[in-house]
Design a protein around this ligand. Structure first.
Ligand code: FAD
Ligand code: DLZ
Ligand code: SF4
Length: 513
């Protein structure tokens, strides 16, 4: 029987079994730009340009490969607005198509919806496994079963062994699993990272840019200077240039931040990994090969591979293991609305201004900006998890709920009470000062602990520890911090409470901070 095979906007790879197994003569491959997916959150304009353009280019690749392709553009007059309705129309137009085949989607909401499709369409719908990950959802469940805590580090070691990555005679290459002791240095001012790989928009991308400018003008983000890869060949070029030019220094400067420079020594491949233009396996293999060839040191290669074979795989397993609970977890009962400056970047706190502006310009910020600046602030100020989750899901071009939600609910907000992270990722201003040049251009003083001019992170940090003393004091990883807290004079604690409360009141009223 002939089938209709739906490819989602983040499944742009020829390696999918549903393409490999297609009958090129009879089956129809459907790709659809639809309002429902483009607006369930108001995605950053650059994310929409990236996906729509990559989808259009991929449709052309499929045609070149001899597939029968049905492509629905967003601006088509008769666009049905949702994936289900586009599938329905396609079935109606092609009576020979008697079943629907899809690859499991990356988000819970869409999976739940697809599980109803068969009865809604009155046609069999087969949901095929997504083979793009090293660990399947079931592999993760098996690993997690009977474990009291689900720590990434142990999962990662299993993955290294199972897939024989950076392993030598059963031992980790170099003798250690983790080389972070040599990583995470501050970046001296005389280090100049190479420019990121950039592409000029072609005709297809230019058309999409004007579509997005007209149809999505109320979405967050700047559209100017769009330079991302939109084809597999271009994405491979991004990967190759990373391996050659930036991987050697990746580890050392992984946590560094610099004024007006979000790209640094990062790889900038999450956009492409997550939408299918690159595969995790090829990325890991290329990085591993660079070490064996002596082109990059082990601390960088291991650190980079851990992000993909470790963190990326782990958060995906964790997501499916923890849904739908993870969406509503709120361990600290945080309720504050997102401040207006999350959308504008207008704040006197230079670190936040920089990170939010980078996000607005590029639909990108690197990990430490997301974690230790914006995330740290969100947790310390008890911003409502639901709003923070939505923000992260729409502002980054690499964001899909399977990867965004564990990072936000688990890693930055500790909303799950410590299932993902062993302690809350919080810090005072001194960490940001150590890792960046932001504090030099800030309206606040990082060396002042309290008072009007003091860096808000300094007193917010202690205010948070004070406010959540009961929930956190028995955490073994918080022992040292609480020892210092207990030594504080009552007067100091009172000042911290006063400054913290004043700042949070201003924040709630959307007054300038
Ligand atoms: P690099 O620093 O070069 O790292 C290489 C790759 O490792 C990345 O491309 C990515 O695929 C993977 N990786 C690294 N850290 C993580 C992680 N914590 N979880 C999963 N994969 C990881 N990443 C996303 O892909 N989508 C998201 O929506 C997303 N949301 C995040 C939200 C928060 C609050 C935090 C703290 C992190 C989030 N991350 C997310 C992880 C990470 O910040 C990005 O993957 C990274 O910044 C992408 O840039 P890069 O490709 O230059 O990464
Ligand atoms: C993110 C996204 C956007 C913006 N638009 C589309 C679209 O028009 N058509 C489509 O098939 N997919 C789109 N996507 C990706 C989906 O939202 C994604 O497949 C699900 O969120 C599951 O990860
Ligand atoms: Fe951020 Fe504080 Fe440094 Fe200002 S002083 S940039 S608010 S850490």
């Amino acid at each position: 029987a002939a089938s209709l095979r739906l490819i989602l906007g983040d499944q742009l790879t020829l390696s999918l079994p549903i393409l490999q197994q297609a009958n090129k003569q009879h089956d129809v491959i459907l790709l659809a730009e639809v309002k429902e997916e483009a607006t369930y959150v108001k995605h950053h304009k650059k994310k929409l340009v990236l996906l729509f353009s990559a989808m259009r280019h991929f449709a052309q690749t499929l045609k070149d490969e001899g597939y029968r392709v049905c492509y629905r553009e967003y601006g088509d007059e008769d666009n049905q607005g949702s994936l289900l309705n586009e599938v329905k129309r396609c079935l109606q137009e092609n009576e020979a198509l008697t079943q629907v085949v899809v690859t499991e989607p990356g988000e819970y909401r869409l999976l739940k919806s697809m599980q109803q499709w068969s009865s809604q369409l009155d046609t069999p719908v087969e949901i095929s496994e997504d083979p793009r990950f090293y660990a399947s959802v079931d592999d993760f469940k098996e690993w997690a079963k009977d474990r009291k805590s689900l720590r990434m580090e142990f999962f990662y070691r299993e993955m290294r062994k199972k897939h024989q990555i950076l392993m030598e005679q059963g031992e980790p290459a170099g003798g250690k699993w983790n080389y972070d002791a040599s990583n995470r240095k501050a970046m001296p001012a005389n280090v100049h990272p190479p420019e990121p790989t950039r592409f000029s928009p072609d005709t297809v991308t230019k058309e999409v840019i004007s579509l997005v400018e007209t149809e999505f003008s109320d979405h967050f983000g700047d559209i100017g200077a769009f330079h991302y890869a939109v084809t597999r060949d271009q994405a491979l070029q991004v990967l190759n240039e990373f391996i050659e030019q930036r991987l050697p220094d990746f580890g050392k400067y992984q946590d560094a931040m610099r004024h007006n420079m979000p790209w640094l020594f990062h790889s900038h491949i999450s956009f492409y990994l997550n939408c299918g233009l690159l595969s995790a396996r090829e990325v890991v293999q290329q990085a591993e090969a660079a070490w064996y060839a002596g082109e990059a040191p082990l601390n960088s290669v291991e650190g980079f591979i851990r992000q993909i074979l470790g963190w990326r795989e782990y958060v995906r397993g964790f997501y499916w293991h923890s849904m739908p609970q993870l969406q509503s977890d709120n361990y600290f009962n945080a309720k504050r609305d997102l401040p207006e400056f999350f959308w504008t970047g207008h704040t006197n706190m230079n670190c936040l201004r920089q990170c939010i502006q980078d996000t607005k310009h590029h639909a990108y910020a690197h990990h430490i900006q997301r974690l230790m600046v914006i995330g740290n602030f969100s947790l310390l100020c008890e911003l409502a998890p639901e709003q923070v989750q939505k923000w992260y899901l729409l502002v980054y071009a690499d964001a899909y709920e399977w990867v965004e939600l564990p990072n936000v609910a688990g890693m930055i907000l500790y909303a799950d009470g410590g299932n993902l992270a062993s302690k809350p990722y919080i810090s005072s201003g001194s960490y940001i000062n150590k890792m960046s040049d932001y504090c030099k251009n800030c309206g606040y003083s990082v060396s002042k602990k309290t008072g009007d001019k003091a860096c808000p992170f300094n007193y917010l940090y202690w205010r948070f520890l004070d406010a959540h003393h009961t929930k956190l004091k028995d955490n073994p990883r918080m022992g040292l911090v609480y020892k210092s807290y207990e030594k504080m004079s009552q007067q100091k604690i009172d000042t911290i409470r006063r400054d913290g409360a004043a700042f949070l009141t201003k924040l709630s009223k959307n007054e300038e901070v």
